[in-house]
Design a protein around this ligand. Structure first.
Ligand code: NAD
Ligand code: DAU
Length: 351
């Protein structure tokens, strides 16, 4: 793997993945990051990487749905490996405006697969990053395994399920070398503050209310983002071609417990002037339509076959995450203003 195409590398997990590969693995090739820069993509996440690895890191602002742009990237950079993070990723947005989810997550993946197929002589691997939400919702018992039937409930998860099926089909029909990973909820640095954990951290710091959907009893299985990225890299290096691997933190928490924990950590790390608990900011709001009750991943295939285990505990990961948001107020301001394009135009003369 010398010429790696990472799509969606300016987003939360993609940026952490690129940072990991350069800083903490023996990867010695080039990375081409193709990102359309939606509201969720911020090239500033990789400014230092771009400065340090000028001859090994390349950013291309392009849409994965654009066949010509993707063909150009494959040809120009002699792409031999793909890791597809690019997606519309937020469930609430998919309920309000599903259109972009269908385009990017399904059609975009199709364009990447078709281009990869045209270059299959040079293709070592097409890795597709997906979600546990494709399996639907669990009751109080049981776990998602790689054999759990797909039963997606939101436009987001249905679009991801569809993309997974396409990737699998290209493996079976055309013999494309693929792997797929289905991961549970991530948290950590660089996450856009629409997702539960960064939203709660920033709202609490700004003394805003903390909106918990329903009664806060829905359960998510949390994983620190670097642990996810390490798992993806492990699968890309050693996973069996044509296989799916589940990735999870064995860290189930009811949402209300997670929000309480964030409040308590913040009270410890940056107490309010009057010392009152931030738990008083919690407000219970109308539930999300079709809200999946529980996700819980059985990741024993990944553990047993590839020897991966998560390194971060929920408390240590949350502390790191909170500290990162406390230390990066300018990033938060820029992301909230949504004005990356001014920054991009200033930084990249060719755009
Ligand atoms: P994100 O929303 O933070 O980032 C998505 C990135 O994709 C952004 O940089 C965006 O600009 C880019 N993008 C969107 N549409 C594009 C297009 N048409 N062409 C090129 N680039 C485009 O998402 P994330 O949380 O980093 O998730 C990354 C991947 O991991 C997604 O595929 C998601 O389904 C999957 N995943 C996420 C989680 C999670 O908890 N966040 C868990 C499991 C799986
Ligand atoms: O499971 C993996 C998935 O996790 C990824 O595929 C998705 O890309 C990612 O967005 C995430 O989906 P969720 O819907 O689980 O994440 P979100 O952060 O939106 O919500 C987490 C839980 O918190 C969920 O049960 C809804 C609840 N919630 C969320 C928000 C934003 C609230 O109670 N209040 C909120 O304001």
């Amino acid at each position: 793997m010398q010429n790696l195409l990472v799509t969606g590398g300016c987003g939360f997990i993609g940026a952490n993945f690129i940072r990991l590969l350069f800083s903490n693995t023996d990867f010695d090739g080039r990375i081409v990051n193709v990102d359309k820069l939606t509201y969720a993509g911020n090239p500033e996440n990789l400014t230092d990487i771009e400065d340090i690895y000028r001859d090994r890191y390349f950013f291309v602002m392009a849409d994965i749905c654009d066949p010509e742009a993707i063909a150009d990237v494959f040809a120009k950079y002699k792409i031999d490996t793909v890791c597809n993070f690019a997606a519309e990723s937020h469930v609430d947005r998919s309920i309000v405006e599903p259109d972009a989810f269908i385009k990017t997550n399904i059609h975009g993946t199709f364009i990447l697969l078709e281009t990869a197929r045209e270059h299959r002589d040079q293709l070592i691997l097409f890795h597709h990053v997906s979600t546990d939400e494709v399996y639907g919702s669990l009751g109080a018992e049981g776990y998602f395994t790689e054999d759990t039937p797909y039963k997606p409930n939101s436009p987001y998860s249905a679009s991801k399920a569809s993309s997974d099926h396409l990737v699998r089909a290209y493996s079976k029909t055309y013999g494309l070398p693929v792997t797929i990973s289905n991961c549970s909820n991530n948290y950590g640095p660089y996450q856009f503050p629409e997702k539960l954990i960064p939203l709660m951290i920033l709202n609490a710091l700004e003394e805003k209310s903390l909106p918990v959907y329903g009664k806060g009893r829905n359960i998510r299985d949390w994983l620190y983002v670097t642990d996810h990225c390490k798992a993806v890299w492990r699968i890309m290096q050693s996973g069996r071609r044509g296989e799916t691997y589940n990735i999870g933190g064995r860290c189930e928490r009811a949402n209300l417990d997670t929000v309480n924990m964030i409040c308590d950590l913040l009270d410890d790390m940056q107490p309010r002037p009057d010392q009152r608990s931030r738990r008083e900011l919690i407000s219970f709001v109308k539930d999300r339509p079709g809200h999946d009750f529980r996700y819980a991943i059985d990741c024993s295939k990944l553990e047993n076959e590839l020897g991966w285990i998560p390194e971060e505990s929920f408390e240590s990961g949350l502390r790191k995450t909170i500290q990162w948001y406390l230390d990066n107020k300018e990033w938060v301001e820029r992301v909230k203003s949504g004005d990356y394009l001014a920054w991009v135009k200033q930084h990249y003369e060719h755009i």
